[in-house]
Design a protein around this ligand. Structure first.
Ligand SMILES: [Zn+2]
Length: 267
């Protein structure tokens, strides 16, 4: 930590005790992967790519949270295809990239700490047995092992980034069907109070005739729902956008390569 941004900026001491006071054992065992991965940290492009929902891995101590292997492959556990596009873009544009290392079902890296969806008891109609009735110590163990290190790493990347023209691009994917409704957009650009980057990218994406581009659809950015871009983008005055790609466009290597090329051309 270099002192510019610390956990204290986000840690709601009134909500939960600090992790060292919780008494819980560390969630991750020493041989497990770290809570985040940084790719191309010295990339020279004037952006940072972020992929909150890159992985469906669960910490060993959490087992499968009572879910089946099939359920853990579904969108409730991660954003299928998003990490592959992010890695491709990072290489193609020479952009640093940070990816979350564990499933959003362990803790959602893009939810505010007070959100009931931070550690979801249910997701898209699926009850998550391993997330029912957690103690404060169990919640704190997940915050301390997964959430806080990830966001601290983003803060450090931004502190260290020398480029004053920095942009933040958060990559997600969304399921084509939710609650029986088809979502028609091929891709969505989401923004909150800062539409600058979305406004730059939208006309470029919309030029691609086969794409239906969502304007804050299927999701926008809201303080009650999102954490990553409100904290690191809006919080620092950095132009930012969330790009959501529909998951049925990310099922093959060829589709993923196509999205990498599309986004590389407009970014
Ligand atoms: Zn996502």
């Amino acid at each position: 930590m270099n002192g510019k941004t610390g956990w204290g900026d986000w840690w709601p001491s009134a909500l939960v005790p600090a992790p060292e006071e919780s008494g819980a054992p560390p969630l991750l065992e020493p041989d497990e992967p770290p809570p985040f991965e940084i790719v191309n940290p010295t990339g020279q492009a004037n952006a940072l790519l972020i992929c909150d929902h890159a992985s469906n891995r669960l910490p060993r101590r959490l087992g499968r949270l009572g879910l089946t292997d099939d359920q853990l492959q579904q969108h409730i556990a991660w954003d299928p295809g998003a990490a592959a596009v992010a890695r491709g873009l990072s290489a193609r544009l020479d952009v640093p990239l940070i990816l979350g290392g564990y499933s959003r079902l362990a803790i959602d890296l893009n939810r505010p700490l007070a959100s009931p969806e931070l550690i979801a008891a249910e997701s898209a109609g699926v009850r998550i047995p391993g997330n029912q009735g957690l103690s404060a110590a169990e919640r704190n163990a997940r915050l301390a092992a997964l959430f806080l290190p990830y966001h601290q790493a983003i803060a450090e990347l931004l502190d260290a980034h020398p480029n004053p023209e920095l942009r933040l691009i958060s990559l997600h994917s969304f399921t084509p069907w939710l609650a029986g409704q088809l979502r028609p957009w091929s891709v969505g650009l989401a923004y909150g109070r800062d539409p600058r980057l979305a406004q730059q990218l939208r006309p470029l994406l919309a030029q691609q005739a086969d794409l239906l581009v969502g304007d804050n659809q299927p999701y926008g950015i809201e303080d009650s729902y999102d954490f990553t871009l409100p904290t690191h983008g809006e919080g620092r005055g950095i132009p930012h956008v969330m790009i959501e790609i529909r998951q049925d466009g990310l099922q093959t290597q060829a589709q993923i390569a196509r999205w990498v090329e599309r986004l590389a051309c407009i970014c």
